[in-house]
Design a protein around this ligand. Structure first.
Ligand code: R5P
Length: 271
């Protein structure tokens, strides 16, 4: 691996812990102003200090994150579909590599839709991005998207998708947590981070999937809604971070969440 590629990988996966806390704010690229992300700057600013990297589109980056904020960015570079359109899998590349370089990104991210009508197109988009990534020293995050078919998230399907991403040269794979997750990590030679998916019922559910994913070989998270749709997003992110980087168990993370949450409420009450 060349210096630039290694340097950028170290901005995403912390070399001290070998783990990654990525925070995803890219949902608007197909969901529009989704709940919790109506005004991106307001959502992103308080969370940024506790994320190793933020993941978002160039539009939100340029309008809603200050260039001197010190943020490490993984740029979403695929899209072209919307939640009300015919087919979420029909994605293309939305951002040139030149623009990603101008934005000094730590990495670029793209979705693939294995088994969909647009499987070939999305996989070839990923391969093309990896070619460019290797040329310019920029890691590529391959995202195993399922569109509206959330039921696809099982070990068989996710192992297939993750392995294909790794075979095409993806530097990091983002997928979902599932039962028998060790089958997914065990057959994917690239490091894996997990998305959170739609908001889970309880905070404990989020801590449990994060902890189990790490125990079963994931290097971290690239979460969105389960952090910033929570009523105490900073407490939530710091608790998830404590599992990823400090090996906290779900109960320790939950205790931390509760104590940060009550500190926050006290501050608001005394303001
Ligand atoms: C899809 O919208 C994006 O790839 C998200 O970045 C990804 O799903 C992670 O966000 P969440 O934890 O909300 O699923």
């Amino acid at each position: 691996m060349d210096w630039g590629m290694k340097n950028r990988m170290a901005r995403i996966i912390n070399p001290k812990t070998g783990r990654a806390v990525m925070l995803a704010f890219d949902h608007g690229y197909f969901l529009g102003p989704t709940h919790g992300l109506e005004v991106p700057r307001d959502t992103i600013a308080p969370l940024m200090p506790y994320a190793d990297t933020i993941m978002l589109t160039r539009g939100v980056l340029r309008t809603s994150v200050d260039p001197d904020s010190g943020a490490n960015v993984v740029l979403r570079v695929s899209g072209g579909t919307s939640i009300v359109g015919a087919d979420l899998s029909n994605e293309g590349l939305t951002t040139s590599f030149k623009d990603a370089i101008k934005l000094n990104v730590a990495g670029v991210g793209i979705s693939v839709f294995v088994g969909s009508d647009h499987e070939r197109q999305t996989l070839l988009n990923l391969a093309e991005l990896v070619n460019l990534g290797e040329e310019y020293g920029i890691p590529v995050l391959g995202i195993t998207a399922v569109g509206k078919e959330l039921e696809k998230r099982d070990a068989r399907y996710l192992s297939l998708s993750c392995r294909i991403c790794a075979e095409l040269g993806t530097h990091i794979v983002k997928t979902y947590y599932c039962e028998e997750f060790e089958k997914v990590t065990g057959s994917c030679p690239a490091p894996i981070v997990i998305a959170g998916g739609p908001k889970l019922e309880t905070e404990m559910d989020v801590f449990e999937i994060t902890h189990s994913a790490i125990q079963q070989g994931a290097v971290g998270v690239d979460m969105g809604r389960n952090i910033w749709q929570n009523s105490h997003p900073v407490a939530m992110l710091r608790a998830v971070r404590s599992i990823v980087h400090e090996n906290n168990n779900p109960k320790q993370a939950h205790d931390l969440y509760l104590s940060l949450k009550s500190d926050e409420s006290r501050k608001i009450a005394s303001a």
